[in-house]
Every structure is written in C-alpha cells, then in structure tokens.
Ligand binder design. Sequence first.
Ligand SMILES: Cc1cc2nc3c(=O)[nH]c(=O)nc-3n(C[C@H](O)[C@H](O)[C@H](O)COP(=O)(O)OP(=O)(O)OC[C@H]3O[C@@H](n4cnc5c(N)ncnc54)[C@H](O)[C@@H]3O)c2cc1C
Length: 391
Amino acid sequence: MTNILISGASIAGTSAAYWLHRHGFAVTVVERAPAVREGGYKVDIRGAALRVVERMGLMDAIRARGTGMRVATHYDAAGRPVATMDADLFGGRTGDDAEIMRGDLNALLYELTRDEVEYVFDDSITAIADDGTVTFERSGPRRFDLVVGADGVHSNVRGLVFGPEERFVRHLGHYLSICSVPDLLGLDREEAVHAAPGRTANVYSTRHDPGAKAAFFWSSPPLAYDHRDVGRQKELLARAMSGMGWQVPRLLDAVREAGDFYFDAVCQIRMERWSKGRAVLLGDAAYCASPASGQGTSLAIVGAYVLAGELAAGRGPEGYERELRDFVAANQALADANLKGMVVPSRLALWFQLRMIRLLPHLPGRDRMVERVAGPIHRAANAITLKDYLP
Ligand SMILES: Cc1cc2nc3c(=O)[nH]c(=O)nc-3n(C[C@H](O)[C@H](O)[C@H](O)COP(=O)(O)OP(=O)(O)OC[C@H]3O[C@@H](n4cnc5c(N)ncnc54)[C@H](O)[C@@H]3O)c2cc1C
C-alpha cells in the first residue's frame, strides 16, 4: 500500500486525509500544534467546494454549525450607524453558499477522519530524504512514498523542499489580525464595521458564539517581526489602529487579553510547480489566494479532492497540477479587487462606498449590482469541473 504523510491538520490536510483514505492509501498526518487548531475568521464554502463537502457527507453538519449572520452595519467615528447591508451580500454569498467558523470546520473534518488515519500532534518534519525517509523533531524516522505539504502559507515542507518563502510570496500591501473578544456591543448574528482611509475595524458575533470576533485590516508595506512574538504583533496592531474612533479603543483593550490571536500579512503564494521529488504542496502552502480572495478554504477543499483523485487514478502530482492550475489562477485573481472594498484608500472612496450601500436596496438595477459584487467570486468558485474519481 502507498504510504502518504501529510504535514498540517487544518482544512487542506484533514480534507486530503479523508480523500486519500477513501482511495485506499495509508495516511499519517503530522501537526505541529498539540491539537487541531481552533480560531480564525468565518470562512465561506462556495461553488465546487460545496460539491466536495456534499460528497464527504458533511453538508448537514456544516449547515447546522453555520454562522447564521443577518446583517452588517457601518458606523461612523462617533458611533452613528451610517449604512446597513444584508450579511450575505456583504460577504459575497448567494444561493447554497455556506459560512462557518474556520475552527468549527476544522473540527468537523478532524472528527470525520480521526478514526481512519493516524494523527501525530506536537511534531514537525525536519528533513525529507530522496528515498522517502522522513525525520521529525520528536518522533523517530519513518519512510513514506509521498509527503503532502498542507502546512499553510508559511509551509515547512515548502521551505525544506523548494526553498525560502521570499521566492514565492506576493505581498498584497495589507495586514489582517483577528481574535476572540467579549461581545462588548451586544451583537446578535450581526457584523459592525468602522472604516477610515487605509484601515477597517470589524466585530461580529455568530449564531453559536457567546462572544465575538474582532478583525482589523490595514494597508501597510511588509513589516519585520517575529512570527512567534504575539506581544509584538499586538503592539503593531495597536499602532496601526491608533487614533481611530467608534469602538476601536475598547476593542483594542479587549485584544490585549485575547488568547487566539491571528496576525499575518495579506499575501499570496505563487509557484511554477507544486511538486518536487517525493513532495507535493496543497492549499495555502502551494497557492494561498489570501483572505482577501474569500476562497482560501474552498481552494484547500477542492485541491485535496483533486490531489487524492489524481493520485488514485495514477496520474500523480502532474495530473493534480494540470487539473487545478486554472481554477487556482481564477481565484487568486479575485484578491486585488476585493481588497479595494475591504480597505478603502481615501475619504472620497469611503463616502462613495457608504452611499452605494445606502442606495443599493432602492436602485432599479439592484440585481445587476448584486451580480457585480457576487458574480466574479461565483464564476471563480465554479471554474473547475470535478471528476468522479470514485466508482
Ligand atoms: C489558527 C488559524 C487561523 C486562521 N484564521 C484565518 C482567518 O481568520 N481568515 C482567513 O482567511 N484565513 C485564516 N486562516 C487560514 C485558512 O485556514 C486557510 O487560508 C485555508 O483554510 C487553507 O487552509 P490550509 O489547510 O491550506 O492552511 P492553514 O489553515 O494555514 O493550516 C496549516 C496547518 O499546518 C500546521 N502547521 C504549520 N506548520 C507546521 C509544521 N511545521 N508541521 C506540521 N504542521 C504545521 C498549522 O498548525 C495548521 O494547522 C487561519 C489558519 C489557522 C491555522
């Protein structure tokens, strides 16, 4: 039997574990964290990814854990509501699209696979030899036929096999930080937003969350900081948001206490090849589209399905690359345009954005406007025809 090692137990890694096991491969997953990681933003599952989670039998569980968001309201610096928008339109969702917390989805995928595949937590690969011998920080060496790097945008496998991150990363000129905070605003399945030129603060509470998540986006050139130094990252966030009105100072106070702090540059990974020797990359490790694309999770889910299917069909990583390239390119292309709406560069652009939100329900061409918001993401999300890999 072919032995496959997956590095990373997040969305890409657990999805690949499921499909590889279904195709009869022996699967081991190594995850650096001591358990499947919680936390993160709410994520959307759209288009082809919906078909994949249906085939995994997860659709009902995903709907049951859905965020149930109702509405998004923009506030000015003094705290006055200035524009309100339907939450689905705000998130670019239509039709069957599902929205769920990243951590909830990760937990569902882990539950689905934990009895079928071997999970090794609290460990990390240190080297992959040409003969497939893999060495680890803690476990003893083992031999695998293939190593799947599903270990995120700062992928360890990519670093070991393909070289330093700087060669593949495209910085999109923004940062993003997210964490759990108490529900200071008493939100009920709603999102509250305050934007200033170059900076946006956002807080929301979903159906199953007794607390809230605070999210901050801002424009910035690349910052130098230690990825493990959370204290320093919180300082950088506070500096980026300083002087903002609305509830931002209260939110920043709450962020100081937050345990599940996420902070990263908004960036993409672009590579000419996703496989080399005995290694193949999957999800953000190979083709991160950035949170601004709204498609990172769907790309990871679809990529896992295609990788496992192409390996089972005997077409190897080359078949996976061939099937997925155009789909990835279409989804990565979404990010730049979306960013312009997420972080507005000037007061004039902000005034225009809020005016459009206020007018939208009353405009005769409303459907055309909705199509302008949600159309590109839906075309990209469906830009692949999934093969039936299982009989
Ligand atoms: C805690 C967390 C919070 C996130 N929050 C957001 C968010 O708010 N918004 C957003 O758009 N995206 C977020 N993401 C990224 C989002 O999950 C991905 O864009 C998308 O789901 C694709 O997933 P992925 O599995 O390819 O990568 P990721 O979800 O990044 O998962 C990579 C996994 O690999 C593990 N890993 C890292 N290094 C090693 C190593 N050396 N050895 C073994 N395992 C390793 C990580 O712990 C993680 O479990 C978050 C990711 C994580 C892990």
